[in-house]
Design a binder for this molecule. Structure first.
Ligand code: ADP
Length: 630
C-alpha cells in the first residue's frame, strides 16, 4: 500500500471542505454526479471515435447506493474510470485554473468564503464536507487492473490494487456523525432532482415501494401489506437543451444552470435557440449574475461546452466563443460537425465558424433586447461584465457597432449614464463628431479636467471614459456609423475672424512669458502655447498631434515596447485671460516666474492624471510662492 501527500493547493481545498461551515453541504452530491456524468461523456466519445475502444461496452448509468448500517453513501458510474496514474494526478492535485484565484480570494471569514466555495465549483473534494473517509474504487475502460484510493482527508491518501467488475468508478463516502440525512431516500431524491435532473444519463437508486395488503372478494386479508425494494431511475436524464422551449419551465433552466456552472446563484438570463437551416444546431447560453473569479486571468476556464449530436466533445476550448463573451456558460450542440474533430480541425472548421458567428450575433442581439426591456437586469449585467464586453471593440471588428451600442457612458452634461445612440441625438449634425475624454480617475475628476473647458463654454457634451480598459481601447475606435470619435484634446472648433485676431494678439502679448516658461521648464515640455480655449484653469497639457497619449505611452512602457525612449514631452498651454497668468506677465521677479512655471506645470500634470516627478520640489516651490504672498 503506497502513501502519498496531497499537493499543497489540493490540501488547502480539502481542509477548507473539512472545516467549512458551508451551509449548502448537499452540493457535494451534485459535484460527484457531475464528475460521474463527465466520466460517461468521455467514454462515450472514445467508444464512438477511437478504434482502441471499439470493444468497450458503453452502458451508461449512475447508481446511488445507501447503506444505513455502515453509514455509507456510494456514487457509482460506468464511465471511463481511472488507472493508478490518473488517481495520482486527478485526486491528489488540482488542475483547475481558478484554484489560485480562489485561494487568493479566501478571507478566513466563514460567511464570505462559503459564498466563494459556491462560486468555485468544489468538485471531488466536496465529498469531505459530509464524509470523514472516502474510498474510490475504479477501473479504467480497456484495462485489467482496478485500484482503490483511500483518504481521511488528513493530508495523505493511499492507493492500492483492488478488485472491480466492470470499468467505471465507485465513490464510497463514510458519512460524518450528524450527516445521516444523506442516507434518506427522499433527501437524496430531492437533491438529485434539484441539481442533476437534466444531466444526460440515468441515475438509479433503490427505493422502498409500499405494496398494499391483498384481500379476497370478502375483504379478508390474504397477504399483509409490505414494502419491497425497487431499483428506479430518479432523474429525467434528458439533455435539457434538446427539449423544446415550450416543455421547459424556469426551474428547469435554473437547475440545469446550477449543474453546468457549479453555482448556487440563479443565472441573470438564459437564451435557448434552435437553428434549423443549412446547418442545424442548438445553443443554450446563460449569463451568470456574478463574474467568475478567474474572469481577468489569462488561464480562465471557458464556460461553453461543445456537444456533437449530444455527445460531449470539449469544455476546454477557448475558441468556441470569442474571449470578450467569456462570461457565458452553456452548451453548443450540432449534428453537422464530424464526431472525430480534433481541436485544430475544430478551429478551422467552417461549420463551427458559422455556428460561432451566428451565436455571437444572437447573444449581442439578446443583450440589446435586455438593455431596452429589462434595464435593471441590464445594469447588473453591465456592472459585472461591461468591461469584458468592451474588449470586443478591438477584437471583433465586424460587430464593433453593435458592441458600442451595448455600452453605457458617463457624459459631461448628464447625470445618468447614456448609450451611444442617445448621445448622438445631441451631436452637431454637420460636424458629426463624438468627443470623448479617456483618462483614469473618478468621473468627478474627469469633469473638472481643463481639457473640457472649451466644451463647457460651448455647451457641447463629451463622453467620459474612466476605466483603464477605456484608455487602451478607445484610441482604436475611430468611428460609429457616420460619426467620428475624436479625443477631446484633438477637438477643433471654428473661430470667427474676430476670435482669430484676438488670439493672435494675445499670443503676441504673452510671447515673452511663454518664452520664459519654456526656458525654466526646458526639455520637460515641447513648447508653450497661448490658448483661448481655457476658461477657468490657468494652464493645461496637450499632447502633440502625432505623439501617443500619456496613457498609451505608459502602457507601452509597461509592456517594454518603448525601449529606452522616454515618453514624449507634452505641450503646456497657458490661458492669457486668467488672473494668475496676467499677473505673472507683469512681474519682473524671475525667481517667482521660475517657481510658478514649475508649480503650474505640476498642477497641469495632476489634472491630466499624471504623476509628479518630484513631489518635494513641488512643495518647496509652492511654499516659496506662498511666503512671498503673505
Ligand atoms: P473537476 O471535476 O472540476 O476537474 P474534481 O476535483 O471534481 O475536479 O475532479 C478531479 C478529476 O478527477 C476530474 O477532472 C477527473 O479527471 C477525475 N475524476 C473525478 N471523478 C471521476 C469519476 N467518477 N470518474 C473518472 N474520473 C473522475
Amino acid at each position: 500500500m503506497a502513501k502519498h501527500q496531497f499537493q499543497t493547493e489540493a490540501n488547502q481545498i480539502l481542509q477548507l471542505m473539512i472545516h467549512s461551515l458551508y451551509s449548502n453541504k448537499e452540493i457535494f452530491l451534485r459535484e460527484l454526479i457531475s464528475n460521474a456524468s463527465d466520466a460517461l461523456d468521455k467514454l462515450n466519445m472514445l467508444v464512438l471515435t477511437d478504434p482502441n475502444f471499439k470493444d468497450v461496452k458503453f452502458d451508461p448509468r449512475i447508481d446511488i447506493k445507501r447503506d444505513k448500517d455502515a453509514k455509507t453513501l456510494t456514487v457509482a458510474d460506468t464511465g471511463i474510470g481511472m488507472n493508478e496514474v490518473d488517481l495520482m494526478n486527478n485526486l491528489g492535485t488540482i488542475a483547475k485554473s481558478g484554484t489560485k484565484a480562489f485561494l487568493e480570494n479566501l478571507t478566513g471569514d466563514q460567511k464570505v468564503d462559503s459564498h466563494l466555495i459556491g462560486q468555485f465549483g468544489v468538485g471531488f473534494y466536496a465529498a469531505f464536507m459530509v464524509a470523514d473517509k472516502v474510498e474510490v474504487i475504479t477501473k479504467k475502460a480497456g484495462e485489467e487492473q482496478a485500484y482503490k484510493w483511500i483518504s481521511d482527508g488528513s493530508g495523505e491518501f493511499e492507493i492500492e490494487p483492488a478488485e472491480k467488475e466492470g470499468h467505471g468508478t465507485e465513490i464510497i463516502l463514510y458519512l460524518k456523525e450528524g450527516e445521516e440525512e444523506f442516507l434518506e431516500e427522499h433527501r437524496i431524491e430531492s437533491i438529485v432532482k434539484k441539481y442533476s435532473n437534466h444531466i444526460p444519463f440515468p441515475i438509479f437508486m433503490d427505493k422502498e415501494k409500499y405494496i398494499p395488503a391483498k384481500t379476497d372478494d370478502d375483504g379478508k386479508e390474504i397477504e399483509p401489506a409490505r414494502t419491497e425494494i425497487e431499483n428506479v431511475q430518479i432523474n429525467s436524464a434528458n439533455a435539457l437543451w434538446t427539449l423544446p422551449k415550450s416543455e421547459l419551465k424556469d426551474e428547469d433552466y435554473i437547475s440545469f444552470y446550477e449543474t453546468l456552472a457549479h453555482s448556487n446563484e440563479e443565472p441573470l438570463k438564459w437564451m435557448h435557440h434552435k437553428a434549423e437551416g443549412a446547418i442545424e444546431y442548438t445553443t443554450l447560453f446563460y449569463i451568470p449574475s456574478k463574474a467568475p473569479m478567474d474572469i481577468y486571468r489569462v488561464d480562465y476556464q471557458p464556460g461553453v461546452k461543445l456537444y456533437i449530436n449530444r455527445v460531449f466533445i470539449t469544455d476546454d476550448d477557448k475558441e468556441l466563443m470569442p474571449t470578450y463573451l467569456r462570461f457565458l456558460r452553456g452548451v453548443i450542440d450540432s449534428k453537422d460537425l464530424p464526431l472525430n474533430v480534433s481541436r485544430e480541425i475544430l478551429q478551422s472548421n467552417p461549420i463551427m465558424a458559422k455556428i460561432r458567428n451566428a451565436s455571437v450575433k444572437k447573444v449581442l442581439s439578446e443583450l440589446a433586447k435586455m438593455m431596452k426591456k429589462e434595464p435593471e437586469k441590464y445594469d447588473t449585467f453591465y456592472k459585472e461584465f461591461g468591461n469584458v464586453l468592451k474588449e470586443g471593440l478591438y477584437s471583433d471588428f465586424a460587430n464593433r457597432e453593435k458592441i458600442l451600442e451595448l455600452l453605457k457612458f458617463h457624459t459631461l452634461n448628464s447625470d445618468e449614464m447614456v448609450t451611444i445612440e442617445e448621445f448622438i441625438k445631441n451631436v452637431d449634425e454637420e460636424k458629426k463628431e463624438i468627443y470623448y475624454l479617456a483618462n483614469k480617475g473618478s468621473i468627478d475628476m474627469l469633469k473638472h479636467s481643463p481639457v473640457l473647458e472649451k466644451f463647457k463654454a460651448r455647451g457641447i457634451d463629451v463622453l467620459l471614459l474612466n476605466e483603464e480598459v477605456d484608455t487602451i481601447i478607445f484610441p482604436m475606435v475611430t468611428e460609429y456609423k457616420e460619426y467620428k470619435l475624436v479625443p477631446a484634446t484633438d477637438a477643433k472648433f471654428d473661430e470667427s475672424e474676430d476670435e482669430k485676431k484676438e488670439k493672435e494678439e494675445l499670443a503676441k502679448e504673452f510671447e515673452g512669458l511663454a518664452k520664459e516658461f519654456k526656458t525654466f521648464l526646458g526639455e520637460d515640455i515641447k513648447e508653450v502655447e497661448v490658448t483661448t480655449e481655457l476658461t477657468d484653469s490657468p494652464v493645461a497639457l496637450k499632447v502633440d498631434k502625432d505623439d501617443p497619449s500619456y496613457m498609451m505611452a505608459q502602457m507601452m512602457k509597461q509592456m517594454g515596447q518603448a525601449g529606452d525612449v522616454d515618453e514624449p514631452a507634452p505641450i503646456l498651454e497657458i490661458n492669457p485671460k486668467h488672473e494668475l497668468i496676467k499677473k505673472l506677465k507683469e512681474t519682473s521677479d524671475q525667481n517667482l516666474i521660475e517657481d510658478a512655471a514649475h508649480v503650474l506645470f505640476d498642477q497641469a500634470k495632476l489634472f491630466d492624471g499624471r504623476e509628479l516627478d518630484d513631489t518635494a520640489d513641488f512643495a518647496m516651490r509652492l511654499n516659496r510662492i506662498m511666503t512671498k504672498a503673505l
